[in-house]
Design a protein around this ligand. Structure first.
Ligand code: GDP
Ligand code: IMO
Ligand code: MG
Length: 420
C-alpha cells in the first residue's frame, strides 16, 4: 500500500495528484479527517471538490474506500454523492464505507461552534464541521459508528449521545441542534444505511494478498497532525503516514512509497503559527495568483515562502520517499523567490522543527532567481530546475511530480533516481 499525504498545512493539492495517479491503483482509501477536507479536481473544464469521498471516484474501475479513521457527516456525504451523480458519476457502485467509521452528529457541529466561541481570540479557526467533538467522542468511547446504523436501538443510542451533548452545550450556554437539522440528519442516515459497508481491515488485507495496488489518501497535512502539528492549532486526527495504518487497519510493514505533497510556497488557513508568512504585497500576490481561498470554507489562505525545516520534518515523521511539488506556476513572474533554510532562535541557527514555533523564531532565507513563466511546453525553466534541485538536496528526497496548473493535464512526471 502506498500513501499520499500533505507535507504542509493542508490544501497542498492532494486531490489533484490522487486523481492523476489513480489509474495505477485498484483501490483509493481515505484514512482520516472528514468534511473539513476539500480536495479539488479539475479536468475537461469541470471542477469538483470532494470532502469525504476519495479522489479516485472519477476513474472507472477504481474502488473508493472510506476508512475507519474517517469521520462522516451523513448530510454532507449525501450532498456530495448527489452532486457526483448529477455529474454522471456512478458513486454507489465504486464506494465502500468502513463500519468502524464514526458519525458526525448535528450536536457535534454545535459543540465545535461553542468551543470556538468560548476560545475567543485564541480560537483554532476550525472549519466548524464537528471534527474535534466527533474524535473526542471516539476516544472518549461514546461515538456512533456506521456499523451501528443497522442496530434496532440506534435511535436510543443517538438520543443518549445528544443528551450528553446538550448537557455540555448548556455549560457553554450555546444552543443545540435545530429540529430541522435533526430531521435532515436522520433522513440522511436512512440513506447512508443503503451504501455498501465493509470491515476495511479485512477488505484491504484480502486486496493486498491478491496483489492489488492500494493508495491511502491523506487529508489535511503534517503540520495539522494532532501529535506532530503546531498544537493546539491542528486538527483532531493523525494526518501522518502512521495514521494510514490506524485509519485503515493496514500494518506498517505493508507500506510502500510515501508521497509528500507540498506547494512551491506555503499556505495556512485558520489560526496558528506560520514562521514564513508574508503579510505584504507578495503574500497578496501569491493569494491572488494561486486562488488561495479555502475549498471548504472559502476563507482566504495565509501565504508565505517555502519552509525547509518544516518540509524536512514532514519527510522525517512520514518517511516520505518522494515528493510532489505543486503550484510552481503561481510564483511565475516573481523576480526573487525566497526559501527558508533554517530558523534563528535565541541567536542560534536551528534547522529542525522545535517544540513551539509560536514566538521568538526568525526564518533565515536564501534568495533564488525567479523563473519567469512555466506556460510553454518546452523544458522546465533552468531557474525552476535549480529551485527543485535545491529542495531535493536540502531534504534528501526526489521530487517526482511537478504540477504547473490546476488541471489534471498540467502535471509533469519526472524520472528521478531515488535518493539514498
Ligand atoms: P487538497 O486539499 O490538498 O486536495 O488541495 P485543495 O484542493 O484544497 O487546494 C489546492 C488548490 O490548488 C485547488 O484549487 C487546485 O485546483 C489548485 N491546484 C492544484 N495544483 C495546482 C497547480 O499546480 N497550479 C495551480 N495554479 N493550482 C493548482
Ligand atoms: P484538506 O484535506 C487546510 C484546518 C482548519 C483549522 C484546523 C482545525 O483540504 O487539506 P478542524 O475543522 O479540523 O477542526 O480545523 O485545521 N484544516 C485545514 N486546513 N486543509 C484542510 O483539509 C483542513 N482541514 C482542517 O482551517 O485551522
Ligand atoms: Mg483542501
Amino acid at each position: 500500500m502506498d500513501v499520499l499525504l500533505g507535507a504542509q498545512w493542508g490544501d497542498e493539492g492532494k486531490g489533484k495528484v490522487v486523481d492523476v495517479i489513480a489509474p495505477r491503483y485498484e483501490v483509493i482509501a481515505r484514512f482520516q479527517g472528514g468534511p473539513n477536507a476539500g480536495h479539488t479536481l479539475i479536468f475537461e473544464g469541470q471542477k469538483h471538490v470532494l470532502h469525504t469521498i476519495p479522489s479516485g471516484v472519477f476513474r472507472a474501475g477504481t474502488v473508493n474506500l472510506v476508512g475507519n479513521g474517517v469521520v462522516i457527516d451523513p448530510v454532507i456525504f449525501l450532498k456530495e454523492v448527489r452532486n457526483l451523480e448529477a455529474a454522471g458519476v456512478d458513486v454507489r457502485s465504486s464506494l465502500l464505507i468502513s463500519r468502524r467509521a464514526h458519525l458526525i452528529l448535528p450536536t457535534h457541529r454545535a459543540l465545535d461552534a461553542a468551543s470556538e466561541l468560548d476560545k475567543g481570540k485564541g480560537k483554532i479557526g476550525s472549519t466548524l464541521k464537528g471534527i474535534g467533538p466527533t474524535y473526542m467522542d471516539k476516544t472518549g468511547r461514546n461515538g456512533l459508528r456506521v456499523g451501528d446504523l443497522v442496530r434496532t436501538d440506534l435511535l436510543d443510542r443517538y438520543k443518549a449521545l445528544v443528551r450528553k451533548h446538550e448537557r455540555l452545550l448548556s455549560l457553554y450556554d450555546h444552543p443545540g441542534a435545530t429540529a430541522e437539522a435533526e430531521k435532515e440528519w436522520l433522513d440522511a442516515v436512512a440513506q447512508l444505511r443503503t451504501f455498501n459497508t465493509v470491515d476495511c481491515e479485512h477488505y484491504l488485507d484480502q486486496a493486498l494478498r491478491e496483489g492489488k495496488h492500494v493508495l491511502a489518501e491523506g487529508a489535511q497535512g503534517t503540520l495539522l497532525d494532532i501529535d506532530f502539528g503546531t498544537y493546539p492549532f491542528v486538527t483532531s486526527s493523525n494526518t501522518i503516514s502512521a495514521g494510514a495504518c490506524t485509519g485503515l487497519g493496514v500494518a506498517p510493514n505493508r507500506i510502500g512509497t510515501v508521497t509528500g505533497i507540498f506547494k512551491a510556497y506555503c499556505t495556512r488557513v485558520g489560526s496558528g503559527p506560520f514562521p514564513t508568512e508574508l503579510n505584504d504585497a507578495t503574500g497578496e500576490r501569491i493569494r491572488t495568483a494561486g486562488n488561495e481561498f479555502g475549498s471548504t470554507t472559502g476563507r482566504p489562505r495565509r501565504c508565505g515562502w517555502l519552509d525547509l525545516p518544516a518540509l524536512r520534518y514532514a519527510v522525517m515523521v512520514n518517511g516520505i520517499t518522494e515528493l510532489a511539488m505543486m503550484k510552481a506556476d503561481v510564483l511565475n513572474g516573481i523576480d526573487t523567490i525566497r526559501i527558508c533554510t533554517h530558523y534563528r532562535i535565541d541567536g542560534r541557527n536551528v534547522d529542525r522543527m522545535p517544540f513551539d514555533i509560536t514566538e521568538g523564531i526568525e526564518p533565515e532565507y536564501i534568495d533564488m532567481a525567479g523563473w519567469g513563466d512555466t506556460s510553454s511546453d518546452a523544458e522546465l525553466p533552468v531557474q525552476l530546475q535549480r529551485y527543485i534541485g535545491t529542495i531535493e538536496a536540502a531534504v534528501g528526497v526526489p521530487i517526482t511530480i511537478v504540477s504547473l496548473g490546476p488541471d489534471r493535464k498540467e502535471t509533469i512526471l519526472r524520472e528521478v533516481a531515488h535518493a539514498g
